[in-house]
Ligand binder design. Structure first.
Ligand code: ADP
Ligand code: MG
Length: 258
């Protein structure tokens, strides 16, 4: 069935450890519970989205996004179900690690991911792409394949540093490669309401980005940090935790923006 208002969203931030993967996985699960048909793309060679979602290393290397972008496997054959959910995923295997270097020599190197996925995106309401922690060619490919970018920002001292460069990159991609690209929003993650620092960062972000900052703030929550080692999204690991409720609320906000 052809979906009507479908959208592809990249979760990007060149900093590692800011909550991209956690946000990607858990948003997907709650958006799916809101009735959206969701496909996840793991575009980080570390494969944390795949392993955190319970995909074995073996399966991730059999069905890897690398095989799709290097024309070894049609996209439709790389899609697998995310265990215990209605979400679909194309996982990342270790083979993706060499892709960044290889892509450099390919034709239309910035749109390889978009082209490789073009045969399947129309089957989904939402495609969420988990980016690696860099502004390299994989992230550029994700932005070219996307309608929106969602930026997770950790509420820490250096949070704003690097955000300018990321937004400049988004603007450049929009101007040169993908004019439909827009900022969906900034999601604050790992918030600690006990610290003034977290409050300051929040204030600073709201001052600079206003309504682009999602109202839902993701707190630092132990269950969120434990869930990946069990290969489960938070909804399957600790459904009633504050982390779970927060991602459910963020999913509702995202659904209202798309
Ligand atoms: P990124 O994908 O940006 O590198 P991750 O989502 O992998 O970031 O998060 C980095 C680490 O922090 C992971 O170990 C993850 O489990 C943990 N984490 C993410 N969000 C939270 C949170 N809200 N509270 C506690 N731990 C978190
Ligand atoms: Mg990650």
């Amino acid at each position: 069935m052809q979906r009507q208002t479908r959208m592809t969203i990249s979760l990007a931030n060149q900093k590692g450890g800011v909550g991209k993967t956690t946000t990607c996985l858990n948003l997907a699960v709650y958006l799916s519970r809101l009735g959206k048909k969701v496909l996840l793309i793991d575009l980080d060679p570390q494969g944390n989205l795949s392993s955190g979602g319970g995909i074995s290393r073996q399966l991730a290397s059999e069905k890897s996004i690398y095989k799709v972008i290097s024309d070894q496997l049609p996209a439709v054959e790389a899609v697998i179900p995310l265990p215990g959910t209605d979400v679909h995923i194309i996982p990342a295997g270790i083979d993706l690690a060499g892709a960044e270097v290889e892509l450099v020599n390919r034709m239309s190197r910035e749109s390889i991911v978009r082209d490789a996925l073009s045969s399947i995106v129309s089957k989904y309401d939402l495609v969420l792409i988990d980016c690696p922690p860099s502004l390299g060619l994989l992230t550029i490919n994700a932005l070219v394949a996307s309608d929106r970018v969602l930026i997770p920002v950790q509420s820490e001292y250096y949070a704003l540093e690097g955000l300018g460069l990321l937004l400049d990159t988004v603007k450049l991609v929009k101007r040169k490669l993908n004019n439909k690209l827009e900022l969906l929003g900034i999601a604050i993650t790992m918030y600690d309401s006990r610290t003034n620092l977290s409050k300051d960062v929040l204030g600073e972000l709201v001052k600079n980005f206003g309504k682009k900052v999602f109202e839902t703030i993701i707190p630092r929550n132990i269950k969120l940090s434990e869930a990946p080692s069990h290969g489960k999204p938070i909804q399957l690991y600790a459904e009633r935790s504050l982390g779970a409720l927060s991602y459910q609320s963020l999913a509702e906000e995202v659904a209202s923006r798309v």
